[in-house]
Design a protein around this ligand. Sequence first.
Ligand SMILES: [Zn+2]
Length: 324
Amino acid sequence: MIEAKINSKGGILLGYNVVVDGPAERLIRVVTHIHQDHLTGLSYNLKRSLYIIATPTTLDMLEILGYKIPKEKRLPLKYKKSVTVDKETLTLLKARHIAGSAQVLIEGKEFRVGYTGDFKMPGTTPMKNLDVLVIDATYGSPLRDRKWTDWEAVNSLVRIIEDRKSRGPVWIYGFNGKLQEIMVELRARGIKDTFVADSLTIKLMKVASKFYGINVGNLLPLSEFVKDEPAIVFTRSSLFKTFRKRSGTHIKLTGREFRDVVVQLSENVFNVSFSDHATFKEVIEYIMEARPKKVIVDGYRGRDAYLTAKYIQRRLGIEAVVEP
Ligand SMILES: [Zn+2]
């Protein structure tokens, strides 16, 4: 009997009725969070599935991203609340990643399986007593370990902002979710400067504010920001090329910078190494706490899934495979 599996399109099949973060002909589609690699085939499931389940925050953000979820299919589920469909109980648990991120737990009559979604440690409580744990291992190798904490990364970011803001605007580039988290972090650290953002980032911030319970104040739309006055501008990584020639300092938030917490690329361009994903060490930490009977490492999204699986098998003595 197989109660957990990853299909060739990145759909994580849990129990007999649920598919998570990828397409499959199943009654229920769960979305763990709004990052693109977890939304594949969502349009397919919008047509084929009976329910689309996610946290209220994620469902609201999906609407902003343009997914029209019919009311009768939309099933918001708060953390730790459960729903039972066809003798299988589905529960969403908090994952520290971006606003609204969840882990998925499915309990059937004779099995208990779970999927972490994207996560970081600490701040994500491992699911215990699982028959099968499906785990994300985006940075699944010790070679991709960062030697600094998120805390240090945010502190470095604050230092660059303080140092550079008198010379014009400070531009910060990141992915959806990460930008909103950083806005909250900067306000919490006493940064009072004007925040400017593109319209999508502003809309997502409104939903994220409710999630974090923190109001970052008014955000000036980027379309109205023409004079390059002192301000902190938040926009998506994909727009770096569009704005890099504008005056001021440009900071890219990236999980792919492993050299140092801050790397200066040119006079006014910096990388700050800030990731929303567990390091290899954190992935192992999760598994050691969870002690599942079997681990499936997500090879659809992870880069070094085979290495991760081998390590789990040899060092932890837990059966581990890579799928798909
Ligand atoms: Zn993600």
